[in-house]
Design a protein around this ligand. Structure first.
Ligand SMILES: CC(C)(COP(=O)(O)OP(=O)(O)OC[C@H]1O[C@@H](n2cnc3c(N)ncnc32)[C@H](O)[C@@H]1OP(=O)(O)O)[C@@H](O)C(=O)NCCC(=O)NCCS
Length: 165
């Protein structure tokens, strides 16, 4: 997503709902020594912090409400992340219920010296939009425009069915 595309998102007002692109978030940070253990491996918790921050921002962008995390459905660490890596989280809304919003976060690590890029992990997090009293409040429906978005929606429905079985 370019900065221009990002800026144009605020102008896309879709009365019947929001598209996936309207709430996409890309968030990055260079990993520092306090994020890691004594061998230089970044802690899972430090990665999850950035994942939750980016995912929450996508849920807030979708609903334009306060959002709280209710469940981390999955969190997979596929490749190690080290001190000095640029960690980037690509977050997008995959599914929306009445007040709940599922976000998928792709985690990418880049070695800043060599340019080597690793798919470091992936997560699915569920947020709930809440009102000023902290009660669940309605979130706009999600408008699916591409096959890839419909596939992510169907996968989210399967995860939801599994959680409720
Ligand atoms: C989020 C919260 C307000 C929901 O309250 P609640 O009384 O459970 O609300 P409901 O049972 O009416 O559920 C509301 C929605 O959340 C969903 N939900 C609740 N718990 C869930 C869970 N563990 N996993 C997935 N979805 C969940 C429900 O399916 C429902 O979705 P829908 O509106 O799309 O149909 C409440 O659980 C809460 O405040 N939790 C603490 C959140 C928090 O502090 N997070 C950490 C810091 S951000």
């Amino acid at each position: 997503m370019t900065a221009d595309q990002d800026a144009s998102n605020s102008a896309q007002v879709t009365p019947q709902g929001k598209t996936v692109d309207e709430s996409r978030v890309v968030m990055g940070r260079i990993m520092q020594p306090p994020d890691a253990n004594s061998w230089g491996n970044v802690h899972g918790g430090a990665i999850m912090y950035l994942v939750d921050e980016a995912g929450g921002a996508a849920a807030i962008r979708h609903s334009r409400r306060r959002c709280v995390t209710v469940e981390m459905d999955s969190m997979v660490f596929k490749q190690p992340v080290y001190i000095g890596d640029l960690l980037t989280v690509y977050a997008c809304v995959t599914w929306v219920g009445k007040s709940s919003i599922e976000v998928e976060a792709q985690i990418v690590a880049e070695n800043m010296r060599t340019g080597e890029v690793r798919q470091a992990g992936k997560s699915h997090i569920i947020y709930v939009a809440i009102d000023d009293e902290g009660h669940p409040t309605a979130a706009p429906p999600l408008i699916l425009q591409h096959d890839e978005e419909r596939e992510r929606w169907n996968a989210a429905e399967e995860r939801r069915a599994r959680r409720h079985s």
